[in-house]
Design a protein around this ligand. Structure first.
Ligand code: HEM
Length: 494
């Protein structure tokens, strides 16, 4: 019969369903707001800091993630800090959370990794990175992998070719602009080519031309897109494509490992991979995952740092001029030396100030994900067990009570400051998870700047600025108009 339901449901059935749905919704709302009111305190006389929980389930996540300039803290933190103070409670990433914009609490969180707090990235990130990733493992597994990371960093650094390889890649990229007579470049893309070739050379001993490098790069780009995509596994969509790309990178890396093994001693290059292969404390999967972590850690962040330095220098002609003078002096003193060495690097003092200031103003890593392992008392507050804890670095880096005229790019401030990380300057994190690639990143940027400022003058093309989505990005890839300084001055050293 047209227009009639094939089945008829009795009235009580609908009532039952409606009551069920209502109860379920109430349960979600209660579960969401309960931590706000309950006396969770296991520690007498303490309660979580003030704050608000926002909407059921999503809480305040959308406002927290709202894009803003990466050299500012954004309206969410501005409003919350002025209403509640530097430490407040919120509901973020489907969990009650404590947000810290306080240097002391941030330091306390980082130093107490695995004791009171633990690294806790959202589950979908685990799906893409894999369960063996150094970035997500915790406890003893993390300690084991990290020991390996530190051994690898020190072994690689002691190799004679460590600095030469970095410089060679910098010269290559700069020559490519000269040779193609390019006047405009998308700087972020060029910077990514550079950092990718450096890290692939450091980790796998591959040059940019080798077919395996191109294959890894293609898969890696798909992998990166998935990391910041909507985390639902539907074939064809970015997240699923990323998981697949990771599998393909794994198999390429495995085949490189296999080739190395078959080649025996004759194929030894004394590089990262050789050290990794000779260790028996890691499983095959852990070794592959380790290579991926290094590629991931060493690629996007470092290219962003390059873009930040160029962006801020582009807005600060006096700093650019001083940087150029520093590198001209180093070049004059190099005489016939073919390559830059550690001595030259140490002489790049103003360059270090520029890099630090770009890290402080640019905030490549805005915050970290942690969770409280037990009830923790900090000053007058309770941080309840199981809650998310987010140390926000950008808020400390841009705190005017810690850094005078904080929103201003002023590299000279580092002349009277400690250049090493301190409580108020943590671009590479801290404690047992401090970034093992921090020095590599700085050397890459310094060597690149050396050849860039000696060979090109530039100005910013279209207006573009670093935006925290919260992953920092230059939306237009930072267009630059470049001009060779003089054909004769191109470094023909390599
Ligand atoms: C400007 C460049 C870089 C920045 C701003 C940066 C930032 C960071 C931060 C903040 C952390 C701490 C994460 C946490 O505690 O949860 C970290 C960890 C890490 N970074 Fe970097 N990084 C950079 C370059 C590199 C490079 C070049 C490499 C690789 C060669 C690298 C590899 C790693 C790895 C493997 C970890 C995990 C360490 C662990 O959990 O023990 N990073 N990085």
């Amino acid at each position: 019969m047209v227009g009639e339901f094939p089945f008829s449901f009795p009235f009580p059935f609908f009532v039952g369903i409606s009551v069920g749905v209502l109860l379920l919704m109430m349960m979600f709302v209660c579960k969401h707001f309960l931590p706000l009111f309950a006396n969770i305190s296991g520690l007498k006389g303490t309660a979580p800091p003030p704050g608000s929980f926002g909407w059921p389930l999503i809480g305040e996540t959308l406002s927290f993630l709202k894009p803003h300039g990466s050299n500012a803290i954004g309206s969410f933190l501005e409003q919350h800090c002025s209403r509640y103070g530097k430490v407040f409670k919120s509901h973020l990433f489907f969990s009650p959370a404590i947000v810290s914009c306080d240097q002391e609490l941030n330091h306390f969180i980082l130093q107490n990794e695995d004791k009171l707090f633990q690294c806790s990235y959202p589950k979908p990130i685990h799906g893409v990175l894999g369960k063996n990733s150094l970035l997500v493992v915790v406890g003893d597994a993390h300690k084991r992998l990290r020991t390996m990371a530190l051994t690898l960093v020190s072994t690689t650094k002691s190799k004679v070719s460590y600095l030469n390889d970095i410089e060679e890649m910098a010269v290559r990229i700069i020559h490519s602009w000269k040779n193609q007579h390019r006047t405009q470049i998308l700087f972020c893309e060029e910077a990514r080519k550079f950092t990718f070739s450096v890290i692939v050379k450091q980790v796998l001993g591959l040059t940019p031309e080798e077919p395996q490098t191109l294959r890894i790069l293609e898969d890696f780009l798909t992998f990166m897109k998935g990391l910041i995509s909507f985390p639902v596994y539907i074939p064809g969509l970015p997240y699923a494509r990323a998981v697949q790309a990771r599998l393909r990178i794994s198999s390429t890396v495995k085949s490189i490992i296999e080739e190395r093994r078959k080649g025996g001693d004759s194929s030894k290059k004394c590089d990262f991979l050789d050290v990794l292969l000779s260790t028996d404390t890691l499983s095959e999967e852990e070794k592959v995952s380790f290579v991926l972590d290094s590629l991931l850690g060493g690629y996007e962040t470092t290219s962003l740092l390059m873009a930040m330095t160029v962006y801020f220098l582009g807005h600060c002609p006096s700093a650019l001029q001083q940087l150029q003078s520093e590198h001209q002096k180093i070049k004059r003193n190099r005489k016939n030396d073919k390559f830059l060495n550690w001595e030259d690097y140490k002489k790049m003092e103003f360059t270090q100030n520029v890099i630090n200031e770009a890290l402080r103003c640019g905030n490549i890593v805005k915050f970290l994900h942690r969770k409280a392992l037990k009830d923790v008392r900090f000053k007058d507050y309770l941080i309840p067990s199981g809650w998310k804890v987010l140390p926000v670095f950008s808020a400390v880096h841009l705190d005017t009570s810690l850094h005078g005229n904080a929103s201003h790019f002023h590299p000279w401030r580092w002349e009277s400051e400690n250049l090493a990380p301190t409580k108020k300057f943590t671009p590479f994190g801290g404690g047992p998870r401090f970034c093992p690639g921090s020095e590599l990143a700085k050397v890459e940027v310094a060597f690149f700047l050396h050849h860039f400022v000696l060979n090109f003058s530039w100005r910013l093309g279209e207006e573009d600025s670093p935006t925290a989505y919260p992953y920092v990005e230059f939306q237009k890839s930072l267009p630059l108009i470049i001009n060779p300084i003089s054909a004769a001055s191109v470094q023909k050293t390599i």
